[in-house]
Design a protein around this ligand. Structure first.
Ligand code: GTP
Ligand code: MG
Ligand code: ZN
Length: 318
């Protein structure tokens, strides 16, 4: 898409990769190595701080520049319709993982690394808080019994999330995953080693994506994917593969908004004795009663209490 602007044309494109001040911008036909115009750099430091994968930008093609390897300059960053943020690891800053995502595929393995419902719940809370769509992806289903798999996804299906049972090894569920991604801007999010890159390889075998074995000694994944990168899909849209996430600080989430980030809690909110009930210790709490009556999976209520606690402690650690 071209836009006239003074002496040379501006090309609208999407940031595919952003690493240490270098950017790859795709316009649907070509991939253009770019740097950022100094003036926006300064303006953005005050407001948005960074240009991230998924951002729509206007690029001016150039020849001779202070950065000889660059073929373009990002002149302008278009407003975002959405973003997914967390608190930067160990820090107090907002870190935007991706701009303009339409769907977040949260990838958890049944084992290797062990299924971590607490981390999954934190991802889902962040996604709800930022009004994004989540799909729960249980990968490495080949390593679990049918009963184990069902037990892992049932709290999420009961909460109304679409949940896919997948195996990048056998290909189970992969066509449904591919359908859910087609024509959209998606992000794969999950711990290291859960199989995000392997699933993408399955969906589109031509993709140049690194995958690696989980280290035998710890059972934890080593980081193979080292930066977030958008890949154009043959069926339309883009998917971003991202490095494994070990912790997910909930950026900007207020305690009073937490319960609303559990979709299955919503019908029970506003019915407690105290209007400012935190649903933790108060008498006559409708949410706790609902949990006791198994109106939803009690593990999700336990997660709520854990996250509430962590928010009170400044949400620095998981
Ligand atoms: N048994 C089994 N192994 C899988 C499956 N999916 C991926 N793996 C293996 O798990 C390991 C890690 O897979 P990756 O795709 O690199 O994981 P990742 O989530 O991209 O990891 P990071 O890039 O570090 O975040 C590799 O050895 C894969 O072969 C699966 O469905 N079943
Ligand atoms: Mg990877
Ligand atoms: Zn309550």
């Amino acid at each position: 898409m071209l836009r006239e602007r003074g002496e040379t044309e501006l090309i609208e494109g999407r940031v595919l990769r952003a690493t240490r001040g270098r950017f790859l911008v795709g316009d649907g036909e070509q991939v253009i190595p770019c740097h950022l115009r100094g003036r926006i750099k300064k303006a953005r430091q005050r407001r948005v701080r960074s240009v991230v994968p998924g951002d729509l930008v206007l690029v001016r093609l150039t020849g001779a520049l202070p950065h000889p390897e660059s073929e373009g300059v990002i002149e302008e960053v278009l407003p975002r319709s959405s973003q997914l943020s967390r608190t930067s690891p160990g820090g107090r800053r907002e870190q935007v993982l991706m701009a303009n995502p339409e769907r977040i595929f949260v990838v958890m393995a049944t084992r290797e690394p062990a299924f971590n419902s607490r981390l999954l719940d934190r991802f889902l809370v962040a996604i709800e808080d930022q009004s994004l769509e989540a799909v729960v992806c249980l990968n490495k289903c080949d390593l679990a019994t049918p009963a184990e798999r069902v037990a892992m996804v049932s709290p999420y299906r009961a909460a109304g999330y679409p949940a896919l049972m997948l195996s990048a090894l056998t290909g189970e569920g992969v066509p449904r995953l591919a359908d859910a991604m087609a024509g959209r801007l998606s992000l794969f999010l999950g711990p290291s080693g859960s199989g995000k890159s392997s699933l993408l390889q399955r969906i589109q075998p031509g993709l140049e994506i690194a995958t690696r074995a989980v280290s035998g000694a710890t059972g934890k994944g080593r980081h193979t994917t080292s930066y977030t990168e958008l890949h154009p899909l043959d069926r339309g849209g883009y998917v971003a593969d991202s490095p494994g996430v070990r912790e997910f600080g909930l950026w900007g989430l207020a305690e009073r908004d937490l319960a609303g980030c559990f979709p299955e809690f919503r019908p029970h909110l506003g019915r407690c004795h105290f209007p400012d009930c935190t649903h933790s210790h108060e008498p006559d709490c409708a949410l706790r009663r609902a949990a006791e009556e198994r109106a939803f999976d009690p593990r999700r209520y336990e997660s709520y209490l854990r996250i509430l606690e962590s928010l009170r402690e400044g949400d620095l650690a998981l």
